[in-house]
Design a protein around this ligand. Sequence first.
Ligand SMILES: Cc1cc2nc3c(=O)[nH]c(=O)nc-3n(C[C@H](O)[C@H](O)[C@H](O)COP(=O)(O)OP(=O)(O)OC[C@H]3O[C@@H](n4cnc5c(N)ncnc54)[C@H](O)[C@@H]3O)c2cc1C
Length: 411
Amino acid sequence: MKRRKFVQLSSLGVFATPLAKFSAKSNSSFLNSAEVIVVGAGTFGVWTAFHLRQMGANVTLLDAYGPGNSRASSGGETRLIQADNDNPVYVQTAIRSYYWWKQIEEMSGHQVVLSTGRLSMSKQESYREQVLSRQKQHRSQGIDNTELLTQDEIRYRWPQIYSDDIAYAMWNDGGPAGSTLMARKGCQVVAGEFEKQGGSLRIAHGMPVLNNGVVEGINTGNEILTAQYYVFACGPWLSKIFPELLPPKLKVQRRDVLFVGTPAGNSQFSHPNMPEWSVTGSGYYGFPDIEGRGLKVAPYPDYNSFDPDTDERLVNHYEVKRAHDFVKHRFPALRDQPITESRVCQVTYSVDSNFIVDQHPTSENTWIIGAGSGHGFKHGPAIGEYAAQRILGNQVNQEFDPLFELKEGSF
Ligand SMILES: Cc1cc2nc3c(=O)[nH]c(=O)nc-3n(C[C@H](O)[C@H](O)[C@H](O)COP(=O)(O)OP(=O)(O)OC[C@H]3O[C@@H](n4cnc5c(N)ncnc54)[C@H](O)[C@@H]3O)c2cc1C
């Protein structure tokens, strides 16, 4: 690594973290010429394919609609990278992933990380203690930019946010605990780097060919592709891939996302003047205006089951009204602004909301990666790295294995 790059990443706190815990053997230590087919080019699939290729494997990456497509859970404009999790593993994987998102920027020359900061506000006085406790946890894991802000400090820094009813906020000024990832673009950039390094990307729908519970190939409709290992990182489609195994263990729910216009000539709500924001208990979080789309407002509540292939992606009228009501109160200058864009996406939950990185129970050569459970995008790089090592038979980060196993249970 060039000295300049080391200094930049080091100043972001990346190398100050207990990275030794994240075992990432160097490529040359276990070059592997295995043949692998990865189905699905969302965040989990592209990063798994990328790392497998970096480790020397011959990899074919298939996606029915292309990396970061409109139907994919990874297909939105923006996703947050943060480390607000009680489980230290997810803090560790967020830190490791941030390192890789920055690496891919360096490799490709494309920006995929925006240093928006993250402002997590609460009306509750008790939030002060929660922030201080999170600050302590973050410091112990190497994140040193977690701050407690009072109402006066919030009002002074961001007068465009109504904060009279806010008690405290947690503020992270960039880095792995407070940045924005360009989601669709990120998938496309990683897929591009994968191809540059000799990986093969194909637009094709692939279904497993099963013989007595063992995967023997991938049927694209035109041909049967075979390899040593098969990886299915198919997000909300996983239950369609293994209908005998997965449906009771996964739940797919829709989420509406709205963009509210900003007033002409006003950049108060645009990056870098506005951070990524949330209000605990309000049911809303969102992003600043990026690329001129408008302030992104995303409600938390999930709706009923959603078919990622066939359901219409039209925003619910109830959510439009609710978003306007929320915006009028929290961002008064946007009171008369229209919705400028909208999206409908879906999240895939596992029974315990942990990701799944596990072998198919009857097919040792087959891996299932998914169940992003509403927070998977940011972790793609670290999960892909961990998955690639396991697929190639390297016993690393074994403490992650029980967390990411395909659990018994049903919804
Ligand atoms: C509104 C919303 C907001 C979110 N916010 C955040 C956030 O701020 N931060 C965060 O970290 N996470 C967030 N998430 C969660 C995150 O986006 C997901 O966890 C993550 O994108 C899941 O990635 P994936 O690779 O598992 O699935 P996907 O991105 O859905 O990728 C699966 C891919 O598989 C392909 N595929 C499926 N079946 C086949 C087949 N048979 N053959 C070929 N290809 C196939 C699809 O075309 C698709 O490209 C959010 C999710 C939503 C919906």
